[in-house]
Write a protein that binds this ligand. Structure first.
Ligand code: MLT
Length: 406
């Protein structure tokens, strides 16, 4: 009989957001008249920017002509998009990233989940706690962990984000091979300063580790002293891969477009100690297992960088960040301590007791969906996350409802 990958059996029965969606559907079926306000998963609600829609429509019309039709595109992305990303996200800010170091993809969830494949199955991994569950689960699937005990997998090194360290994990003293970092952080919304990131880059260079830096929420940073990219940090090109996305800043969660930067300088070691370029490995993996993002979607992503696209995406970001500020203010006024919401679209709220119990109470009593902190890891217990991705009307109604929380 065919054997399964037994490592999958170490996973929680289902993915966090699928679990929540199932509970919410069951609640709605049992209470068809209740209006539920979803502040759980970070899914955008506002329409695609007009500049992106126009570019997509134009690209579809081009595809309907003999001259403009395109079949398979370059797996790494069309040069027009890679060049626009390199210029607008990096070079214009003084960060050294070239177009051919950018790999366009269908999402940061996929890229941050797939990247581990090019590293040794014996690699020692450090993972934040709380954490975006994809980093953990993909390493569990790959067999890099033992079983889970009390919410923690044997073999992983956990970087704790707690109230007493301002939700920014301290730099490790032990040596690991791969370090996952995410700033602005999902789920906490905390951001790291230049000095804090420099300390991680120094650690990685000293220990020949690689930082897997998820910056999917970079566009939400409001404080100009906070780095929007790991490549703002000296030495990062030698030790860091960065994941970015159009999902949240341009409303592409359903449209799907993201990118990963793998600098040419970045090296990792073979079993025999030879150093090889990670860029070539990721290129090999990407071109074997991925066939590119569709041409109309890449044109839509390129339009994010047009003057109108920049204006419209900035308006979208400002809209969600106004929601975030309203949520944080209202929750603090109710007496809770929070982090996030100022440079990130998530507000991380410290609350007494079980976070799943609070999830149930918010849903049952107020019809509000949050994300229970425990779903992101042990350190998430005693917290919930509220997402600012919603309409203003829904946020206002949710904040009114929250006042009734006893
Ligand atoms: C979240 O709610 O944490 C995000 O929506 C997850 C994601 O982007 O996949």
């Amino acid at each position: 009989m065919a054997r399964i990958n037994d490592h999958f059996r170490k996973l929680q029965a289902s993915y966090l957001f699928s679990d929540i969606a199932r509970k919410v559907t069951a609640f709605q079926e049992a209470n068809p008249d209740r209006k539920i306000i979803r502040m759980g998963i970070g899914d955008v609600t506002e329409p695609l920017p007009p500049a992106c829609r126009e570019a997509m429509k134009k690209a579809i019309d081009e595809m309907g002509t003999r001259d403009g039709f395109r079949g398979y595109g370059p797996e790494q992305g069309y040069p027009f998009l890679r060049e626009a990303i390199a210029k607008h996200e990096y070079q214009n800010h003084g960060f050294n990233v070239a177009a051919d170091e950018i790999f366009v993809s269908d999402g940061s969830k996929c890229d941050s989940g797939n990247i581990q494949e090019i590293f040794s199955s014996e690699a020692k991994i450090a993972i934040p706690d709380p954490v975006y569950p994809v980093y953990v689960d993909t390493n569990v699937m790959a067999g890099r962990t033992g079983v889970s005990k009390d919410g923690r997998y044997e073999g992983l090194v956990y970087l704790e984000a707690r109230p007493d360290n301002g939700y920014i994990p301290e730099v490790l003293t032990e040596t690991v091979d791969l370090v996952y970092l995410c700033f602005p952080n999902n789920p906490t919304g905390a951001v790291a300063t230049k000095e804090q990131l420099q300390a991680w880059v120094d650690y990685a260079r000293k220990n020949e580790a690689i930082i897997l830096y998820d910056a999917a929420y970079a566009a939400f940073i409001q404080d100009s002293s906070i780095p929007t990219s790991i490549y703002a940090i000296e030495g990062a090109r030698e030790c860091a891969i960065e994941f970015r996305s159009f999902s949240k800043n341009a409303g592409f969660t359903g449209t799907r477009c993201a990118f990963t930067v793998v600098p040419k300088e970045l090296k990792a070691s073979t079993k025999d100690g030879d150093k090889v370029a990670v860029h070539a490995l990721w290129n090999r993996r990407h071109s074997t297992k991925f066939n590119g993002v569709s041409y109309p979607v890449q044109r839509a992503a390129e339009a994010v960088y047009s003057p109108e696209g920049q204006k419209q995406t900035n308006e979208l970001i400002a809209y969600y960040m106004t929601n975030a500020a309203m949520i944080r203010k209202a929750v603090e006024a109710l007496g809770f301590s929070c982090v996030g919401g100022d440079n990130a679209p998530y507000v991380w709220i410290q609350a007494e007791g079980s976070s799943w119990a609070l999830f149930d109470r918010l849903l049952d009593e107020l019809g509000i969906v949050c994300t229970p902190g425990a779903g992101f890891g042990t350190c998430g217990e005693g917290h919930i996350r509220l997402s600012a991705f919603n309409s203003r009307a829904n946020v206002e109604e949710a904040l009114e409802r929250l006042k009734q929380l006893k």
